[in-house]
Design a protein around this ligand. Structure first.
Ligand SMILES: *[C@@H]1O[C@H](CO)[C@@H](O)[C@H](O)[C@H]1NC(C)=O
Ligand SMILES: *[C@@H]1O[C@H](CO)[C@@H](O)[C@H](O)[C@H]1NC(C)=O
Ligand SMILES: *[C@@H]1O[C@H](CO)[C@@H](O)[C@H](O)[C@H]1NC(C)=O
Ligand SMILES: *[C@@H]1O[C@H](CO)[C@@H](O)[C@H](O)[C@H]1NC(C)=O
Ligand SMILES: *[C@@H]1O[C@H](CO)[C@@H](O)[C@H](O)[C@H]1NC(C)=O
Ligand SMILES: *[C@@H]1O[C@H](CO)[C@@H](O)[C@H](O)[C@H]1NC(C)=O
Ligand SMILES: *[C@@H]1O[C@H](CO)[C@@H](O)[C@H](O)[C@H]1NC(C)=O
Ligand SMILES: *[C@@H]1O[C@H](CO)[C@@H](O)[C@H](O)[C@H]1NC(C)=O
Ligand SMILES: *[C@@H]1O[C@H](CO)[C@@H](O)[C@H](O)[C@H]1NC(C)=O
Length: 321
């Protein structure tokens, strides 16, 4: 709470699905603590972890939103990756990573592995090597409980839009794999979407990850006005409102992979309105909704239901490691 994070919690249990019902609030940190093992207080692992997170969240040289770092050796080696949403400026990105680092260290105090997603960034760390590996689990899925009026027309526009963003994101370079776009349905409904991979992935890994992620829509989010699927390696989001900074993608990626210019010191233009401006009520109790099980591996439930537009009422579905 002290960091403005809502303390949504998913523990990771093997072959066990835990439901979390909550509203998608701005600056929420959705997180999971790994189950592979714990470190002890004041251990070398802990100091390596703290050093890595400090380093990754204070890097001012990188301006393309992807960070990887590691400290230590052998069994005490800590690897970390952070990915900011591709339209976020470096100062917002850094602040998000910093918040997530503090949040994860508090929320997963002794776990060797953890992952956290928030609106602007994803942060993960592990004692395993994670750079260049495609990982599809765990997943966080958020959707707007409001339905679109014409599902067929909507999907006829949404599916090709996401397919096109998948291929554009996958074609990105080793600094940036990010694409945004919009398309309008026959009944004049504009859909805005983004797709992103960690840029350490190959083109094939990226498109495979996004194809599988968008392939979850029928199970999780069919006919919904907005949805996000977040995995360690890729994520996408669509909404019927503009939620990204559409100039963000136009920022040319730095042509040279290594020496990067310092982040721009200019203040940001005000980002487009967040679709979540209203204060939202606390999450409904997890017991109320009846979970359905669309596949053996996932479960969904309804969190809340409100008039359209003002905020994203969401439901989570988390698939575990
Ligand atoms: C990571 O830590 C777990 C638990 O301590 C251990 O079983 C595993 O072998 C470690 N992995 C590596 C790559 O060190
Ligand atoms: C790791 O610590 C958490 C709580 O901090 C505990 O619930 C869990 O059982 C521990 N895991 C192992 C493998 O000791
Ligand atoms: C860890 O180190 C801090 C600072 O040196 C010390 O205050 C604390 O008692 C230590 N904790 C344990 C469990 O050793
Ligand atoms: C990021 O990962 C790559 C590949 O493992 C490595 O070459 C590079 O040194 C890493 N960067 C940092 C800062 O650890
Ligand atoms: C980080 O946390 C502070 C304090 O809660 C908050 O004001 C700020 O908006 C957060 N930044 C990001 C990028 O989430
Ligand atoms: C959306 O549609 C589903 C399935 O038809 C229904 O259960 C749900 O109540 C609808 N949600 C809203 C906000 O109307
Ligand atoms: C919507 O798409 C059109 C055509 O692709 C593009 O010119 C426009 O900038 C996009 N608008 C936003 C907000 O992304
Ligand atoms: C479509 O929607 C836009 C923005 O909501 C509006 O300006 C435009 O007039 C609409 N066009 C039609 C044909 O309804
Ligand atoms: C995508 O799903 C297919 C079928 O379930 C699976 O074989 C493949 O490994 C998955 N690919 C990725 C990148 O997750």
């Amino acid at each position: 709470m002290e960091m403005g994070f809502s303390r949504l919690l998913f523990f990771f249990y093997p072959a066990f699905i835990q439901l979390v019902f909550a509203m998608a609030q701005p600056n929420s940190l959705y997180y999971g603590c790994g189950i592979s093992g714990n470190f002890t207080t004041n251990s070398t692992y802990q100091s390596n972890l703290d050093r890595t997170l400090t380093s990754i969240s204070s890097d001012t040289k990188i301006n393309y939103g992807f960070y990887n770092d590691s400290s230590g050796q052998n069994t005490n080696k800590v690897n970390a990756i952070a990915l900011c949403r591709g339209d976020k400026k470096p100062d917002i990105c850094r602040s998000c990573i910093k918040n997530s680092s503090q949040g994860l260290r508090n929320l997963c105090p002794s776990q060797k592995e953890a992952i956290g997603w928030s609106d602007d960034c994803m942060l993960r760390y592990s004692n395993r090597s994670i750079f260049g590996k495609m990982e599809f689990n765990p997943q966080l899925i958020l959707y707007n409980v409001n339905n679109v009026s014409e599902v067929t027309q909507f999907n006829q526009v949404l599916n090709p839009l996401l397919a096109s963003l998948t291929s554009r994101a996958a074609s990105g370079d080793s600094l940036r794999k990010f694409a945004t776009g919009n398309a309008t349905t026959k009944n004049n409904q504009t859909i805005y979407a983004l797709a992103q991979c960690t840029p350490d992935l190959s083109k094939e890994q990226c498109s495979g990850c996004l194809i599988n992620a968008t392939g979850l829509i029928p199970q999780c989010c069919a006919g919904k006005q907005g949805a996000r699927v977040l995995t360690p390696s890729c994520n996408f989001r669509y909404e019927i409102e503009l939620f990204y900074d559409s100039v963000g993608e136009a920022m040319p990626p730095s042509p040279t992979p290594l020496p990067v210019p310092p982040p721009s010191p200019t203040p940001l233009p005000v980002p487009p309105p967040s679709p979540t401006p209203l204060p939202v009520p606390p999450p409904s109790p997890p017991a109320a909704p009846t979970p359905q099980t669309p596949t053996g591996k996932s479960t969904t439930g309804k969190a809340s239901n409100r008039a359209a537009g003002a905020f994203i009422a969401s439901v989570f579905l988390v698939l575990f490691w």
